[in-house]
Design a protein. Structure first.
Length: 132
């Protein structure tokens, strides 16, 4: 069997090199709603509805209040409207309580829809495809 030599083209410059990456201006959470509800449930059940940043990190199993995963998780729960800062404490919102301890199942469902539509990206997609 004869050895075959194949010619390889010279490498062309990358057309994307040197160009700035564009970022979306539409915010969205990096954690899903279920995980964000668990953040609120943890604050509600284990901290009595409010705790400071260090307690929240510990309750969620994070070693630091400055870790990227902790900050991203808190930002996502905030984006859904489940927790909010008040002074130096994080509080569970009325919306989260409607989901965690609803009076009726419909109340929890309505609060989840409201939370979903509070996320700018999800709201835009919903509005774009509403009725289709």
């Amino acid at each position: 069997m004869a050895n075959t030599v194949k010619a390889v083209k010279d490498a062309a410059p990358d057309p994307k090199a040197g160009k700035e990456k564009t970022s979306s201006s539409i915010r969205f959470p990096y954690y899903d709603m279920r995980h964000c509800i668990e953040v609120a449930r943890t604050v509600h059940d284990r901290a009595g509805g409010a705790c400071d940043r260090g307690q929240l990190a510990a309750l969620l199993g994070h070693a630091s209040t400055n870790s990227g995963s902790f900050l991203t998780r808190i930002a996502a729960a905030r984006m859904f409207g489940f927790i909010e800062p008040e002074g130096d404490k994080w509080h569970v919102t009325p919306r989260a309580i409607q989901i965690i301890a609803p009076v009726t199942p419909e109340q929890a469902d309505a609060a989840k829809v409201e939370a979903f539509l509070d996320v700018p990206l999800f709201k835009r997609v919903y509005e774009q495809y509403e009725g289709r």
